[in-house]
Design a protein around this ligand. Structure first.
Ligand code: AMP
Ligand code: GLY
Length: 421
């Protein structure tokens, strides 16, 4: 079969790598891709947020399945256009993707489904939001309603910080996301990410992970898109997983179907677990990055069978062949990230790190220029390894990161500290 993947980060390199392990895949095109992806698949330039352009490209190239990596095409309704054109697509329609693209939508969905989440209120104007925060006190969490590139959430220690966050949002710091603000109670406990495939009604769990959002070791400093991850998440015991499915995932999926906006694709369920009870922090309508890199190296070739079954509404008979393995991903970033990263530095030494079923250097922000591999983004490489236990995965992944010859690259040495301590 012919497959088109939309996106060009470490997540999409991992998806491309897994898809290519499966002999079912005849032709793989990734748009736009990156230098690492270009080494294993065809790349194409199309406007990935223009549904009509993606559908036309898919028809011209006899594409059987489109896998949408990031959230922006989903928010733009690209999956809707592809479905309407009769092209199989992995990723929800725009109305269902609102679980990620509108925090107030997600909270109201939880209310309707009686799913446990932080108490909240939602506001369309700054004065009412400020009054609520002043009455409620700190700590408190302030969120821009819409997509804000991972920067729309402030966990405020003081009322002053919360008020500043509200003012920033209504001053238009996040553009359209400024239309609304959600103010939430602070949840305490341990965070974990739970990934399930949903084909409208059926739900298939495909793995758990924990990521490290802060730039600095010991989980300090500013938030990033994610500096590393590991899978599985030890906190996601069988009991916690069953509770998350019964109280959060199933009721919310059923509510979306009941409303006539069924969810189809991967649902990223961000949880806070305290005393064995999971509560929803957020939904995302796509795989996490770098969590996806850990899931893909663990699932390997079967990832394509599962994704295809999901896109074709056939999850009923699908099952995951679990290996008793662990994976870790360490993100190598350019100096300056998550602020303005230094661009254009050269990366050497990747040729000795041959990809195997146990280790892959996924690319996130790279480009080839006259035969040299250059860093072009904030997060540049996702070094990923698998092992029989997390300790072994960590040993392998750090041996790989140390073998990368990139003096300007920075990475955290403590990925997985919580699970390994
Ligand atoms: P979100 O974009 O909603 O996932 O928020 C980003 C991060 O902020 C989460 O991964 C949590 O670490 C933190 N966060 C969000 N909401 C809460 C909350 N109600 N209580 C505690 N931490 C939160
Ligand atoms: N790693 C967090 C995310 O992809 O949203």
């Amino acid at each position: 079969m012919n497959i088109l993947i939309l996106g060009g980060g470490g997540r999409e390199h991992a998806l491309a790598w897994a898809v290519l392990q499966n002999p079912k895949c005849d032709r793989l095109i990734v748009a736009p891709g990156n230098a690492g992806i270009a080494g294993i698949a065809e790349t194409a330039r199309i406007d990935t947020e223009d549904g009509a352009a993606v559908a036309e490209f898919a028809s011209q190239n006899a594409v059987d399945l489109v896998i949408v990596g990031p959230e922006a095409p989903l928010a733009a309704g690209v999956a809707d256009t592809l479905r309407d054109a009769g092209i199989a697509v992995f990723g929800p329609n725009r109305d269902a993707a609102m679980v990620e693209t509108s925090k107030s939508f997600a909270k109201a969905l939880c209310d309707a489904a009686s799913a446990p989440t932080a108490g909240y209120a939602s506001f369309a104007d700054a004065a009412a939001a400020r009054a609520y925060v002043e009455a409620r006190g700190a700590p408190i969490v302030v969120k821009a309603d819409g997509l804000a590139a991972g920067k729309g959430v402030t966990v405020a220690e003081t009322v002053g910080q919360a008020l500043d966050a509200i003012d920033d949002i209504f001053a238009g710091q996040f553009g359209e996301a400024a239309a609304r603000v959600v103010v939430e109670d602070l949840l305490t406990g341990e965070e974990a990410s739970f990934f399930v495939l949903v084909d409208g009604t059926r739900i298939l769990p495909i793995g758990t992970a924990q990521d490290h959002k802060r730039i600095g070791e010991g989980d300090t400093g500013p938030n990033t898109g994610g500096m590393g991850a590991y899978s599985p998440a030890p906190v996601m015991t069988e009991e916690v997983t069953a509770a998350a499915l019964d109280r959060i995932v199933r009721p919310c999926v059923e509510e979306l179907a009941r409303r006539g906006t069924p969810y189809s694709g991967v649902l990223y369920v961000g949880l806070m677990i305290e005393d064995g009870a999971p509560r929803l922090v957020e939904f995302n309508a796509r795989f996490g990055d770098p969590e996806c890199q850990c899931l893909m190296i663990r699932l390997g070739a079967q990832a394509l069978d599962l994704i295809q079954a999901c896109a074709e509404g056939r999850l009923e008979g699908a099952r995951v062949n679990w290996a008793n393995d662990h994976a870790m991903c360490v993100v190598m970033a350019a100096q300056g990230y998550p602020g303005e990263p230094v661009r254009g530095t050269e990366i050497r030494g990747l040729e000795q790190l041959t990809a195997t079923s146990g280790q892959v250097v996924f690319h996130a922000g790279t480009a080839l220029s006259e035969g040299r591999l250059l860093a072009t983004g904030g997060r540049v490489l996702s070094v990923t390894a698998r092992g029989d236990d997390l300790r072994q995965a960590r040993e392998r992944v750090y041996a790989m990161a140390d073998a990368v010859d990139w003096p300007e690259g920075v990475f955290r040495r403590d990925i997985g500290w919580r699970a390994l301590s």
